[in-house]
Design a protein. Structure first.
Length: 202
């Protein structure tokens, strides 16, 4: 019988990404469910100053409300020329939460005069796993690259069309899901979380 694990997200792409990574790693005894699969509970606003604070708060809320082990991810992009911003504000950088087009347009405008050598950036994913009455695990994955001068590709989500991974000419939005899974910040974080998730298996 599989162990249900709540992922504190309604983002179908995030949920599927985690399911693919677990399947690829051979973790068979864990069933991923999202927020739409459990009774609704009050979700605290993301007010932490760091990805770690936000991820842990979301995972604690989910575990306490449902009694299930809960994984929460807080992720975003850090841009060198903006002193690490948007950071935890990535999803609402332009003012409205989740408006990818507006966020990308604002970021491009802010980097309008910034030369290529100063357009370094990294995607960051911090994943927290909280087991009710048990352990708390927090891990961080980073994916380094640069910010392009125009969006490329129509895959992925968020800042993927602007992000050029180190060593490549394509944007993250031009990668197939499998290509992105292999190298992404979320994959790097989740791989560090696998031992704790595997321990729930069965």
């Amino acid at each position: 019988m599989s162990r249900r694990v709540l992922v504190a997200s309604r983002n179908a792409k995030k949920l599927n990404e985690l399911r693919r990574i677990l399947a690829e790693a051979g973790v068979a005894g864990v069933q991923i469910v999202g927020l739409d699969d459990v009774p609704e509970y009050p979700e605290a606003p993301e007010t932490g100053a760091t990805f770690e604070e936000n991820a842990l708060a979301k995972a604690r809320d989910g575990a306490a409300a449902t009694g299930l082990p809960c994984v929460a991810d807080d992720s975003g992009i850090e841009v060198d020329a903006l002193n690490g911003m948007p950071g935890v504000l990535s999803a609402r950088w332009a003012g409205t939460h989740g408006d990818d087009t507006a966020n990308n347009e604002l970021l491009l405008a802010q980097l309008n005069d910034v030369p290529d050598e100063r357009r370094g950036a990294r995607f960051v994913s911090v994943c927290a796993l909280v087991v009710p009455g048990g352990a708390e695990t927090v891990v961080r994955g980073e994916w380094n690259g640069t910010i392009g001068h125009a969006p490329l590709g129509d895959g992925g989500f968020g800042y993927d069309p602007l992000f050029r991974p180190d060593g490549g000419q394509t944007s993250a939005a031009q990668l197939t899901p499998a290509e992105k899974d292999a190298v992404s910040h979320r994959k790097r974080a989740l791989m560090q979380l696998l031992p704790a998730l595997t321990a729930l298996d069965g």
